[in-house]
Write a protein that binds this ligand. Structure first.
Ligand SMILES: [Zn+2]
Length: 89
C-alpha cells in the first residue's frame, strides 16, 4: 500500500473531514465523449463529500483510451427510449 498517504490526509476543501477510501463513478469527457468509470477508487470526505480519485485508476483509464484510440462514438445501436406502444400499420 504505497498510496496510504492519500486517505490519511485531512480534506483539502473543508479541513475538517477525513478522506475515506470508497468507490464512486469517475466521469470525464474524452474527445467529446462521456467516459464513465463506474467503480473507481475514490477518496471521499466524510464531512463535505469532496472527492478525489486514485491516480492509478485515472491513469489506467487514460492509458486505455490512448491505447484503443477511442475517437469514434461507441457503436451503440439502441433505439431511443420512448413510447413504443404504437402498433405497426
Ligand atoms: Zn471535506
Amino acid at each position: 500500500m504505497t498510496n496510504e498517504r492519500w486517505h490519511d490526509d485531512a480534506c483539502p476543501r473543508c479541513f475538517i473531514g477525513r478522506l475515506d477510501v470508497k468507490r464512486a463513478a469517475f466521469i470525464s469527457v474524452h474527445q467529446q465523449q462521456l467516459v464513465v468509470l463506474p467503480n473507481a477508487i475514490a477518496y471521499i470526505c466524510d464531512i463535505c463529500g469532496y472527492q478525489e480519485f486514485d491516480d492509478s485508476a485515472v491513469k489506467a483509464l487514460s492509458d486505455w483510451l490512448l491505447d484503443n484510440q477511442v475517437s469514434d462514438p461507441l457503436p451503440l445501436k439502441r433505439k431511443p427510449r420512448g413510447k413504443a406502444h404504437k402498433s405497426q400499420s
